[in-house]
Design a protein around this ligand. Structure first.
Ligand code: SAM
Length: 223
């Protein structure tokens, strides 16, 4: 696995180091924007419910929360809907705080994978794989390989959800502080196509505060 990628300035060790210094709190995982969590979850809930009412809905057996942080999405969105939720999160302190943060629904937590998505290999068939505010830490090459592994692990009506910020400038933006990139909408579409993912639903998160760096577009794809 490449630790460096000159084109996108992504360095996995550097982003791990960045997150190692961040406290395991809502404000921590949301970069000081903990107050947007409720609005974000409401938008995601609407999106997920629309998927459940679609013609070919995903089952509600197993979900995967990727780049889970302290388990914000696992707790508030996925555990109430799915029988079992696995998580992937490389930061030790975050992964160690998930059970306590999740609280009473912790019995429905499955495997907590302490690994980066670039190395993660799914071991179950998932109904929903939720990726939020994490794919900017992967190089294009690793992102494509990862999405293909996710695609191949989906249950028959399984769905991959991607909820990521996109740039309004139409150009990729690099952040050397946490060694991440914000991609353009077109770049994501090109990557999904390369991975033979079919885009079945798309929507823009509304009601986020007027901050230039927060937005969110949900895409749901299946193979
Ligand atoms: C902005 S936080 C978002 C957390 C969570 N998705 C949420 O919305 O509450 C980014 C998370 O991605 C994790 N992360 C960073 N690089 C990663 C990688 N290569 N693979 C998986 N997770 C990564 C960080 O440790 C952190 O928990």
């Amino acid at each position: 696995m490449n630790d460096n990628n000159d084109v996108f300035s992504i360095n996995y060790k550097k982003s791990l180091q960045y997150w190692a210094d961040i406290p395991p709190t809502l404000d921590g995982v949301l970069g000081g924007f903990g107050f947007i969590s409720d609005v974000d979850i409401e938008g995601s809930e609407l999106f997920l419910k629309a998927l459940f009412s679609s013609e070919n809905p995903p089952s509600t057996n197993t979900a995967l929360d990727c780049g889970a942080g302290i388990g914000r999405i696992t707790k508030q969105l996925l555990l109430p809907h799915f029988d079992l939720v696995d998580v992937v999160e490389p930061d030790e302190k975050f992964i160690n705080s998930i059970k306590e943060y999740v609280g009473e629904l912790a019995s429905k937590l499955g495997t907590l994978h302490k690994v980066g998505l670039q190395e993660f290999i799914p071991k179950r068939n998932y109904d929903v794989i939720w990726n939020q505010w994490v794919l900017g830490y992967l190089t294009d090459e690793d992102l494509e390989a990862y999405l293909i592994r996710c695609r191949d692990s989906l249950s028959p009506t399984g769905i991959i959800v991607v909820k990521e910020n996109i740039t309004s400038s139409g150009k990729i933006e690099k952040d050397s502080t946490d060694s991440s990139v914000t991609r353009t909408f077109k770049q994501y579409i090109r990557i999904f196509k390369k991975c033979s993912l079919k885009r079945i639903k798309q929507c823009k998160q509304t009601n986020f505060p007027n901050e230039p760096n927060i937005n969110g577009v949900c895409h749901a794809g299946t193979n």
